[in-house]
Design a protein around this ligand. Structure first.
Ligand code: 13P
Length: 249
């Protein structure tokens, strides 16, 4: 796949030095040919992102979405509401939500489906724990997450991206080794079968300006999902520059 995708995930952390300054500086960024850049901000900042990023080279989105369409679901945000706020992406099934809030594969699939129906690209996150990898179960764990998505969406992954985020690499400063990342991406691509060429596969977990180009030049890695490295514009846009160098590679 020729294009590259860079998605920032601020999690529940404020961008630096301040959120408005990050967004204002991002709005000045040039378009990078062949690179889709977006940022998933905490829900209260979606409206600000819409105001400050409209018409810029950056898209914006949220970090979660309800699987319900509408109704008495206190605390939830619907896909339609996100679409009305100009969101074009949403993270779904991040490991921090699967682990801390017990999100199941069925719920993750329902959220992805709801987002897609509202015209928002869900980025479905999958990944294994360190103990699962040590036990030789990395492929079976990730394979089961992908299989649940494929079954739940009747094999149609159009409009969906997948992010492989090994949980042991998140926030540690140590990304997966290139051969580990490439092997898992190849495994996922193979499992996707018919959808293989059109589904963007992103890697996440300690992506930095230093390792981004190497990761994105590996086979089957179409882009990156960036946590800590997205909080400052300098590092985030250095990663976007790396992505631009990998377009067509
Ligand atoms: P870090 O880039 O901080 O390791 O976070 C990765 C992540 O979880 C992005 O969704």
């Amino acid at each position: 796949m020729a294009r590259r995708w860079v998605v920032g995930n601020w999690k529940m952390v404020r961008a630096q030095p301040t959120v408005p300054e990050w967004l204002q500086s991002a709005a000045q960024q040039p378009t990078r040919a062949g690179v889709d850049v977006s940022v998933a901000v905490p829900a209260p900042y979606v409206f600000l992102a819409q105001q400050l990023l409209q018409g810029s080279s950056l898209a914006w989105g949220a970090q979660d979405v309800s699987w319900d369409e509408e109704g008495a679901h206190t605390g939830e945000v619907s896909a339609t509401m996100l679409a009305e706020s100009g969101c074009s992406i949403v993270l779904v099934g991040h490991s921090e939500r699967r682990l801390r809030f017990g999100e199941t594969d069925a719920q993750v699939t329902a959220k992805a489906s709801r987002a897609r129906a509202a015209g928002i690209r869900p980025i479905v996150c999958v990944g294994e724990l360190a103990a699962e990898r040590r036990a030789g179960k990395a492929e079976s764990v990730v394979g089961a997450q992908i299989e649940a998505l494929l079954v739940g969406l009747h094999g149609d992954l159009s409009g969906i991206s997948i992010a492989y985020e090994p949980i042991w690499a998140i926030g540690t400063g140590v990304a997966a080794a290139p051969e580990e990342a490439a092997a898992m991406h190849g495994f996922i691509r193979h499992q996707l079968g018919g959808s293989a060429t059109s589904t963007p596969l992103l890697y996440g977990g300690s992506v930095s300006a230093e390792n981004a180009a190497q990761l994105m030049s590996l086979p089957d890695i179409d882009g990156v999902l960036v946590g800590g490295g997205s909080l400052r514009t300098e590092s985030f846009f250095a990663i976007c520059d790396a992505a631009a160098r990998c377009v067509g590679v």
